[in-house]
Design a binder for this molecule. Structure first.
Ligand SMILES: [Zn+2]
Ligand SMILES: [Zn+2]
Length: 371
């Protein structure tokens, strides 16, 4: 079938809306009508080259939709199922999957990072036959997508598409970093660097975990303000006094937990400086692929600090989706309040310009007319 999709053809180029061919789903695959796809910095990292990937590709990995058709061996999935899409599906059988870390799956990671579906080939192409790469096996800045059945999590019908899309990346990543990787405990103080979609989700996750204090540090006033409205104790603007300010607010000692949602080495270093001895420090934002950080390792040992990386929040994504859906439906996680401006597919370049400028505090979402 023919679909309209956003295509990235070269580094530092604008996304172009093109009509592509989408082949039918093969074994273990399904066809999804995309309802919503969040505007996430991980897609922008493809444009800047911070994340290296084969081009051309169709971006979009924070998606939700409705299954329209299933290929052979698609398990219990059926047409009409509303789904949340998982950008790191597990195979269920490798060491990492059996160890409850399917986002690190040893089998599926390779084809997904080559820009194909799990069998090593593409369903997307141009009229001349040239293959167009997939992104995370999803590519949902498009009217329709063929995705692995393993990427589909069937959601209750009362979870709206925009919220479902955000659970597919930002919320699982951010709330998961607080709940699963940092293991925030009731009464703790949590420092959060960055309040984009992931950082705001860290704030919500830390509050659900019972944090007594959530200190957000941002470059953008609008985002710092949004963080406070979502439950942060304070939103500080990042400057040379930030570390001293965080210490002053945490009994002179430093925060119990720090979570960096920016991926910027400077922010990661401040997370180390602004935490108490014995603190847990979680890096969840994606740095450039070649990024490094100089560490005062003597201090790390003497102060018994732990640095933990969190990929997709660090938990088991489908299990996290189920938990976050429950928390949303119970009212404990007000995910509707993360939803920012809704954009049409044709406006995707403006949507990313807004993300890069941090001019809107909430998550922009590309939505697709139903039917
Ligand atoms: Zn994302
Ligand atoms: Zn696996």
């Amino acid at each position: 079938m023919k679909i309209r999709a956003a295509v990235l053809n070269g580094l530092d180029e604008a996304f172009r809306i093109e009509t592509l061919q989408l082949a039918p789903p093969g074994p273990g695959e399904v066809l999804v009508r995309v309802e919503a796809c969040g505007v996430c910095a991980s897609d922008w990292n493809l444009v800047t080259g911070a994340t290296k990937h084969a081009l051309p590709l169709v971006p979009g990995h924070e998606g939700a939709g409705v299954i329209e058709a299933v290929g052979p061996e698609a398990g219990r999935l059926k047409a009409g199922d509303p789904v949340i899409l998982n950008w790191a599906p597990g195979c269920g059988g490798c060491f990492q999957c059996l160890d409850a870390r399917p986002a690190l799956c040893e089998v599926n990671t390779r084809p997904i990072w080559k820009g194909t579906l799990l069998d090593g080939s593409c369903r997307l192409s141009r009229d001349g036959g040239e293959a167009v790469h997939h992104w995370c096996g999803l590519s949902c800045f498009a009217e329709r997508a063929v995705v692995p059945a393993a990427s589909c999590f069937v959601r209750p019908a009362d979870v709206p598409p925009e919220v479902a899309a955000l659970i597919g990346c930002a919320v699982t990543t951010g709330a998961g970093a607080a709940l699963e990787t940092a293991e925030v405990r009731p009464g703790e103080s949590v420092l959060v660097y960055g309040a984009g979609g992931v950082g705001l989700s860290v704030v919500l996750g830390a509050r659900v975990a019972g944090a007594a204090q959530v200190i957000v540090v941002e470059r953008s006033e609008a985002r710092a303000e949004a963080a406070v409205q979502l439950g942060a104790s304070v939103g500080l603007i990042d400057d040379d006094d930030t570390v001293a300010e965080v210490r002053a607010r945490t009994g002179g000692r430093g925060a119990d937990v720090a979570i960096d949602a920016t991926g910027a080495p400077g922010a990661q270093a401040r997370c180390l400086d602004a935490t108490r001895p014995g603190a847990r420090i979680v890096f969840v934002g994606f740095p450039r692929q070649e990024a490094t950080l100089a560490l005062g390792t003597a201090r790390l040992t003497r102060e018994a600090k732990q640095i933990r990386g969190a990929y997709y929040g660090g938990g088991n994504p489908p299990r996290e989706f189920a938990r976050l859906v429950q928390l949303y439906r119970s009212g404990a996680l007000p995910l509707d309040r993360l939803v920012g401006r809704r954009w049409a597919l044709d406006e995707i370049n403006e949507a990313f310009a807004e993300l890069v400028a941090a001019s809107s505090p909430l998550r922009g979402i590309v939505t697709f007319p139903g039917g």
